[in-house]
Ligand binder design. Structure first.
Ligand SMILES: Cc1cc2nc3c(=O)[nH]c(=O)nc-3n(C[C@H](O)[C@H](O)[C@H](O)COP(=O)(O)OP(=O)(O)OC[C@H]3O[C@@H](n4cnc5c(N)ncnc54)[C@H](O)[C@@H]3O)c2cc1C
Length: 391
């Protein structure tokens, strides 16, 4: 593994830095990653448009559909530089990281032409309608039904935990099209217009105070047959592409982001006068060691991608380590604050405007979203270590 960059890659890095310096939305770059923009859809929409116009989105996508045909290493450098200045992520994150790659892998030329450019330009925002009440980890048991009648599917059912559905224009919807087939074989993958009559979205409030995700209800929603992605009853295979991308790592960006959180935690410990305590220093040193391990695991996944591979079950190792380390770091950060850890953003005497409190609460979701830690451990046991199957 060669961890150095070529002069050309260094030039690209300098271009990214200059762009970020000139264009980063006002108010970002402090606090947690883009948290202050959570509710500011228009700021984020503009930001994504700028990224796209300057050639920093869809970098590895085919040029004919608006991508840049750039190398994976350039993409990683871009993500790493964004993480360093805490640039807000693009608004259409699920379109860019999940819907786009899935459509590139399974879409017809017409579907690619229709959907990909608008994902990049943020004209159309996407959400992912997979989980249902009772079908999260066991996704194959989902019950939302789509009946093919002539040239249309009629969809009925409910989804839950659908991030961004309240602002989404399109949904990657996993539905049951043949209940007589074994559970994973009777599924299909539809691209659903969120403005279709019969779609209802109800936001769910989280313990952070934000409302990132929603319940979605489908009542006799008509979806044209041409919106089927990857063939009738082939939905499980298509969904696996989406999940591989979801669980695949953001490699260098993720590593950079956790080192920044770490350094900020050390600063906070210093400001709180806690560095005199040898137990605090021991714990900080342990986090440093853990993060180095995570960094090189992420680099290893990244090398696989550079060699033309796709994110595999090894991504589960990084998913467990980053999600659980992030939780432990935020728990420790709270303990460093003593009684002040109970004070959130707007209260007088709160530490650093409550950013650690927000991070602590939000990090609880890390070991659930994109597949729980237990499910990732099952994947590692069965598919990486070759141990007997649980069921
Ligand atoms: C912030 C956030 C955003 C999300 N966004 C989306 C989204 O946009 N779209 C979407 O479709 N979904 C989304 N989800 C849903 C997420 O994918 C599910 O919550 C997750 O897959 C777990 O499913 P569940 O909540 O139904 O829990 P369950 O599957 O009911 O699990 C409950 C508990 O049982 C354990 N468990 C279950 N099965 C096993 C097993 N076989 N072995 C060992 N333990 C097991 C789990 O680990 C967990 O601890 C989001 C979730 C969160 C937290």
């Amino acid at each position: 593994m060669d961890l150095s960059y070529s002069p050309e890659e260094e030039r690209f890095r300098a271009r990214v830095r200059a762009f970020l310096e000139a264009n980063l939305p006002k108010g970002s770059g402090g606090g947690d990653y883009g948290a202050m923009f959570r509710d500011d859809v228009e700021v984020l929409r503009d930001w994504q448009r700028k990224l796209y116009e300057n050639g920093f989105l869809g970098m590895a996508w085919p040029k004919e559909y608006g991508g840049q045909g750039a190398s994976a290493i350039e993409m990683a450098i871009f993500n790493e530089e964004c993480a360093k200045v805490k640039a807000p992520g693009p608004l259409n994150v699920l379109g860019l990281s999940l819907a786009g790659p899935t459509i590139i892998a399974h879409g017809t030329p017409e579907q690619k032409k229709r959907y990909l450019p608008k994902i990049l330009s943020c004209e159309e925002i996407w959400c992912q309608g997979f989980s249902e009440p009772g079908s999260g980890s066991d996704l194959g048991s989902l019950r939302t039904r789509a009946e093919l009648r002539g040239d249309e599917f009629i969809v009925n059912g409910q989804k839950v935990w659908t991030s961004l559905a309240h602002i989404a224009d399109w949904c990657m919807l996993l539905v049951r099209t043949d209940p007589t087939l074994p559970k994973h074989r009777g599924l299909s993958y539809l691209l659903v217009d969120m403005k279709s009559p019969g779609v209802t979205v109800r936001p769910l409030r989280q313990m952070t105070g934000g409302a990132e995700f929603n319940e979605m209800f489908f009542e006799d929603v008509r979806v044209p047959r041409e919106n089927l992605l990857g063939g009738l009853n082939n939905g499980w295979k298509v969904a696996m592409t989406t999940l591989a991308n979801e669980r695949g790592t953001m490699s260098l960006a993720l590593a950079a982001r956790f080192f920044i959180t770490y350094n900020e935690m050390v600063n906070m410990a210093r400001n709180q006068g806690r560095l005199k305590d040898s137990r605090v220093r021991q714990q900080l040193a342990q986090f440093y060691v853990d993060l180095q391990g995570l960094k090189y695991t992420l680099y290893r996944s990244f090398s696989t991608i550079l060699r033309g591979g796709t994110p595999g079950p090894e991504g589960s190792v990084s998913k467990i380590v980053w999600s659980e380390t992030n939780q432990r770091m935020h728990e420790f950060a709270m303990s460093l604050q003593g009684p002040a850890s109970q004070l959130t953003g707007r209260q007088p005497y709160s530490v650093e405007s409550g950013r650690w409190q927000y991070g602590f609460l939000r990090s609880r979701a890390n070991t659930i979203e994109a597949g729980t830690s237990e499910i990732q451990r099952n994947i590692i046991a069965e598919r990486v270590l070759g141990l007997p199957r649980a069921r």
